[in-house]
Write a protein that binds this ligand. Structure first.
Ligand code: ADP
Ligand code: ASP
Ligand code: MG
Length: 415
């Protein structure tokens, strides 16, 4: 990260990111334009990061699918970046039409340099010289989220939900006073309110908890953006685009935050499970299996190996259902060579995770979760834990019930 040197002092910078639903229609773009102007008029320099209008990125992906089954990632990025480019122009026009002064910037113009991993590029450097110049001229900068360019000038994108990352990276580079992620909910809830109607808005959450929730299905934030915020210590607020209620502050851990046993519940659907029965219980067997999967580019999630009985063991792992296809026949030869039984695939499963730094100092969290699920007649197929998370794999058709039971068991609705 390099901050631009030598620029004259600016009013404090606020970075606001508006997601797809917030800019879904011309009316909503006009509404955003008014909010942004109000923010500037309250004595701030404003940088706005916008996503593509709701559904546009998905439509572009479908369009590509109609002309090619195997589009290159390079061309996908050129295509997908157009979604955000539309929104920056419209948002800047809307602000100008209200009498403000705004200028649109693509990711490249905003100084976002990435590596060459098309469709999931990593930000390598950000030098916001143009942004600072426009801000010092009193302009509002409207930056296209989700995109950057390589040192060789190739357009890249930052992975789905990547506008969150753009906003946090810009806030870090500009040392912004505030970074606001404006979305269609009032903040981060104790569970997705679409799944648990009694879910409650969380006032404050640590980076670590937000990261665990985001990476276990709470897609309100892109997990890579939270990782970035944690690494560079960029506190941010998740709040609504449609009202001025206080949102959720995501920040580093402070004393007191761990008094709460559990912060939230996450749900991840569309999972699949693969079991390899009768794997010989000898050194190197697991390595053979998981090396073959890694070479095929398969991303594995929870892994469980049973205790050995009569010299063999069962190994199961979960993965995203879309990854199942990638396995193809990759494992068939390995399974034969090591003398295990043919693998069994199962989809229609989901993962439920409970997250909270309070777990470090409170015992009995696992017991309470398992009891709630047991009483609800929900069978746990696999369990995995980390220092601040317990995750269980269950049938997908039970996931909503399970999330509600877990939420209730920990009293999250009235915490
Ligand atoms: P945007 O388009 O603004 O980026 P997203 O759709 O990416 O918005 O994220 C907002 C959505 O995230 C909400 O509508 C909500 O359904 C979902 N969501 C999932 N988990 C949570 C959670 N724990 N708290 C709040 N929203 C959540
Ligand atoms: N438009 C991109 C997506 O739909 C990026 C974003 O919305 O953050 O994934
Ligand atoms: Mg999003």
């Amino acid at each position: 990260m390099t901050a631009s040197p030598g620029s004259k002092s600016l009013p404090p910078v606020i970075v606001q990111k508006y997601g797809g639903t917030s800019v879904a229609t011309p009316e909503r773009i006009r509404h955003v334009a008014q909010r942004v102007l109000d923010t500037q008029r309250s004595g701030h320099s404003v940088v706005v990061v916008v996503s593509a209008m709701s559904g546009v990125t998905d439509s572009l992906i479908k369009l590509a699918d109609q002309v090619s089954q195997t589009p290159t990632h390079r061309e996908m990025d050129v295509l997908l970046a157009t979604g955000e480019q539309t929104t920056i122009a419209l948002t800047a026009m809307a602000i100008n039409a209200l009498g403000g002064k705004a200028v649109s910037l693509t990711g490249a113009q905003a100084g976002i340099i990435t590596n060459g991993s098309h469709t999931s590029a990593k930000i390598a450097n950000l030098s916001p010289r143009q942004i600072r110049k426009h801000l010092s001229d009193g302009l509002i900068c409207i930056v296209a989220g989700f995109q950057g360019q390589t040192l060789h000038g190739r357009i890249t994108t930052l992975g789905r939900g990547g506008s969150d990352l753009t906003a946090i990276a810009i806030a870090a580079a500009l040392k912004a006073k505030n970074c606001e992620i404006c979305t269609d909910v009032d903040g981060v809830y104790t569970c997705d309110p679409r799944i648990v109607p009694t879910a409650r808005k969380i006032d404050e959450i640590t980076y670590e908890e937000m990261l665990e929730m985001a990476s276990s299905g709470s897609k309100v934030m892109q997990s890579r953006s939270v990782e970035f915020a944690k690494k560079f210590n960029v506190p941010f607020e998740v709040r609504s685009s449609f009202n001025t209620n206080r949102g959720t502050i995501v920040k580093e851990e402070t004393p007191g935050l761990e008094n709460v046993v559990l912060r939230g519940v996450s749900v991840e659907r569309n999972q699949a499970k693969v079991t390899i029965p009768k794997v010989p219980d000898t050194p190197g067997a697991a390595s053979r299996i998981f090396t073959a999967l890694a070479e095929a580019g398969v991303v594995v999630d929870v892994i469980v190996q049973n205790a050995s009985s009569s010299g063999t063991t069962d190994i199961s792992f979960t993965l995203n259902r879309d990854e199942l296809e990638k396995i193809g026949h990759t494992l068939d030869s390995v399974v034969k060579e090591i003398g295990a039984a043919p693998l069994v695939r199962k989809d229609g499963i989901a993962k439920l995770s409970v997250v909270g730094i309070g777990m470090r100092s409170h015992s009995g969290v696992a017991a309470r979760l398992f009891e709630a699920l047991g009483q609800g007649g929900i069978n746990i197929q696999m369990i995995s834990t980390s220092e601040i998370k317990i995750a269980v794999i269950i049938d997908e058709d039970k996931i909503v019930e399970a999330a509600n039971l877990a939420h209730e068991a920990f009293g999250l609705a009235n915490a």
